[in-house]
Design a protein around this ligand. Structure first.
Ligand code: AHR
Length: 524
């Protein structure tokens, strides 16, 4: 009998654990876990490059067309064709740098298609993602967007199907203040002063969609193309080379040994797939605790990739002159039911917020080598900040994480030491907490903490060395359900709220961090 009851209980637990949204069931009575955190305010490190908070916008799905660009004649309120609501929301994130036009699309993009009168621009098939590109959004529109957002442009050049001459002339068109034919053409097209272009990449994923190249071949091509990317009229370009994908360590080895001298950055792309299987990635919204856990396990692997690629880079560049640019990262799920496969439109839940918090903490903590990161992608595609449907817009949980974390941009990294129990499921265990800290230029100390455990809150005894904490302010992003999301019908279902669950007693700080949450605090 006892055995039967035991078996029944086990079956019940297994079936609950595989149901979606079981965190609610478990969360009710779970006792908090204890943890210790030391914030080493007396041991400041280097500066967190603000470009870690960068974004990526590709000609794909409804990102550019509909998400950002609606055209000057649209009934959707816009400024010079760019929709006002989306631009206003994005401005709040203080986006430092914006990557465009791809992605895979950059190796099929010919910049001359996207300049001059819009009604004369050619319509081209978007070979990477489907549909026809009207080219209504081109260089001038992108630069206008960057100026509206206050973001620096990061242009990804076409190595795969373009020529060094085409790349060279694009740079001249954008940045030359001379009387050359191309500078005159830019003026004729409405832009008198040249733009500054601080970042330019030579190709994208050249080991895959960018041309299926071997690292040795790409290294030679990179050096050839990079030679013709010139600095005009006081502009100074940092040149970025295509880097590895996940664990292609040989690629990094070859690029660093053969082309490090010609580059300022090496890119790295890493996507979080809940299942790790490209054929069946997992749903954006329908998942149980097993998939929650697996997603976080896979996200945390980025730390290993950064560490391993950094170790290779250290051999050739011990001064850390070349940045590791994580210029595509984020979650990638199965297409939303009823949505076009190639559009990569996906919903965004509290799980994505946790993924974002983890990645940003990891980038902060590796900011000696990680000099830029660009989440994929800004609007309506993959792990987006903003979703739009005609004239409607919603802000995603990921958006709020970027808004909360902007305090770390350009601040000085403060090391943290965490001692917390593991959050385990099946064979895999991961730390239940993750954190990073920084001190900004006004001396304010900020701490961001992610609680990965969807069931238990954390009671964290916190010590700040070299500073006395008298009060704490901040925000917390959480919700009762793991898959809490904002929809067009309920756009405010999940938003950050004020954080107040802390105690300070005789200079001892105790933070109470809810299950499945992202918290950013100012320690005063
Ligand atoms: O972000 C979507 C695609 O993912 C990009 O175009 C490509 O670079 C990567 O494979």
């Amino acid at each position: 009998m006892k055995l039967k009851i035991g078996v029944l209980c086990a079956l019940l637990i297994i079936s609950l654990a595989t149901l979606p949204h079981t965190s609610l069931i478990f969360a009710q009575d779970a006792a908090p876990f204890r943890a210790e955190l030391t914030v080493r305010a007396d041991r400041p490190k280097g500066v967190i490059n603000r470009n870690i908070y960068g974004q990526f916008a590709e000609h794909l799905g409804r990102l550019i067309y509909g998400g950002l660009w609606v055209g000057e004649d649209s009934p959707i309120p816009n400024t010079r064709g760019l929709r006002n609501d989306v631009v206003a929301a994005l401005k709040e994130l203080h986006i430092p740098v914006l990557r465009w036009p791809g992605g895979c699309f950059s190796d099929e993009y010919h910049w001359r298609d996207g300049i001059g009168p819009r009604d004369k621009r050619p319509r081209r098939p978007n070979a990477s993602w489907g549909g026809v590109d009207t080219n209504a959004f081109g260089t001038h529109e992108f630069m206008d967007l960057c100026e509206m957002l206050g973001a620096e442009p990061y242009i990804n050049g076409n190595l795969g199907s373009g020529t060094p001459q085409e790349m060279m002339e694009w740079v001249e068109y954008m940045t030359s203040d001379s009387d050359s034919t191309l500078a005159r053409l830019r003026r004729q097209n409405g832009r008198d002063k040249p733009w500054k272009v601080p970042y330019f990449a030579v190709g994208n994923e050249s080991w895959g969609c960018g041309g299926e190249m071997r690292p040795e071949y790409y290294a030679d091509e990179y050096r050839r193309y990079a030679t013709f990317i010139k600095d005009y009229s006081g502009n100074h370009i940092q040149k970025l080379a295509v880097g590895p994908h996940d664990d292609y360590y040989n690629w990094t080895e070859v690029l660093m040994s053969q082309a490090a001298r010609q580059m300022q950055g090496l890119s790295l792309h890493y996507y979080t797939l809940p299942t790790g299987d490209w054929a069946r990635k997992g749903s954006a919204t329908q998942f149980g605790e097993g998939e929650w856990h697996a997603t976080l396990v896979r996200t945390l692997r980025i730390e290993e990739f950064i560490a391993k690629h950094s170790a290779i880079m250290d051999k050739y560049d011990p001064q850390k002159r070349v940045g590791l640019m994580v210029d595509e990262w984020g979650t990638w799920y199965d297409p939303e039911p009823g949505k076009d496969m190639g559009a990569l439109y996906q919903q965004n839940t509290l799980r994505d917020a946790v993924v974002a918090g983890l990645n940003l903490n990891i980038f902060n903590n590796h900011s000696d080598r990680v000099k830029m990161a660009n989440i994929a992608q800004m609007v309506n595609v993959l792990q987006a900040m903003v979703l739009t449907d005609k004239d409607k817009m919603v802000l995603t949980p990921t958006y709020y994480v970027f808004r909360m974390y902007k305090v770390h941009q350009g601040a000085t990294l403060i090391p943290v030491e965490l001692s917390a129990p593991d959050y385990g499921m099946g064979q895999a265990s991961i730390p239940s907490l993750n954190a990073s800290a920084s001190r900004d230029q006004d001396g304010k100390l900020h701490l961001s903490i992610v609680n990965l455990d969807p069931n238990r809150s954390a009671e964290i005894t916190t010590r700040v060395t070299g500073s006395t904490v008298r009060s704490i302010t901040g925000e917390v992003l959480t919700a009762p359900l793991m898959n809490a999301m904002n929809t067009f019908e309920h756009p405010n279902a999940i938003r950050p709220t004020q954080f107040s669950s802390y105690k300070i007693q005789d200079s001892q700080v105790t933070l109470s961090i809810p299950p499945k949450s992202v918290v950013v605090l100012e320690l005063q």
